[in-house]
Design a protein around this ligand. Structure first.
Ligand code: TYD
Length: 202
């Protein structure tokens, strides 16, 4: 089973993923967690380039670098784990590419992006996607103490487009579960666990 988490920076994905992981393990399943971009030696190197504020990367190159990092992680690690029956949780997957590179940057047409995503993910689709929805203001407040990376230097208009991209996906795709991530951590977790447990018990 593949579960993905999506949302803009500061939406609390990492906290919620570790809470969900504990619950699924207690449920008796093996759980592996990876972040995108990342999770393999090659993908972590690509991540360093993508987040480095010193790098000037054009939108198409950015899209292809995120996709290259993904292809490596999915083929070398995620697919084999799923075949062994593990539950894999991804901190971001190709829905981030649609929101950030598609809606945010306008790197390529959305139909083209879908084809690139299918190739980069080796045809893999999530079973469940939790979209942790917060406003741009909340995101900014939560990121205040961080040194911003290359993506986070993109400005309010960009982030508004990214939020809109996630909202469109959430309205279109049945696997999406939108969670109000302005709420408190325990409340958010309860909602996520209720939905994941329902799916695991099927
Ligand atoms: P990260 O520090 O992991 O952010 P977060 O903790 O919010 O997940 O950095 C990943 C950044 O890369 C984040 O700004 C979102 C962006 N991103 C894309 O633009 N496209 C993608 O396909 C992915 C996976 C991430």
């Amino acid at each position: 089973m593949l579960i993905t988490f999506e949302g803009i920076d500061g939406s609390g994905k990492t906290t919620q993923i570790s809470l969900l992981r504990e619950k699924i393990e207690a449920f008796g399943r093996i759980v592996r967690v990876f972040r995108e971009p990342g999770g393999t030696a090659v993908s972590e190197k690509i991540r360093l380039m993508l987040l480095d504020p010193e790098m000037d990367i054009n939108p198409v190159s950015e899209l292809l670098l995120f996709s290259a990092a993904r292809s490596q992680l999915i083929a070398s690690t995620v697919k084999p784990l799923l075949e062994q029956g593990a539950v894999v949780i991804l901190d971001r997957f190709y829905d981030s590419t649609v929101a950030y590179q598609g809606y945010g940057r306008g790197a390529v047409a959305l139909e083209t992006l879908d084809r690139i995503n299918t190739i980069a993910s080796h045809g893999l689709e999530p079973d469940l996607t939790f979209y942790l929805k917060i406003s741009r203001d909340t995101s900014k407040k939560r990121m205040q103490l961080d040194v911003s990376d290359r993506m986070e230097q993109s400005g309010d208009i960009f982030y508004q487009r990214v939020i809109n991209g996630f909202d469109v996906l959430a309205a279109q795709l049945k696997r999406f579960r939108t969670v109000d991530a302005e709420l408190d951590v325990a409340l958010i977790h309860d909602q996520i666990w209720a939905q994941a447990r329902e799916y695991l018990s099927r």
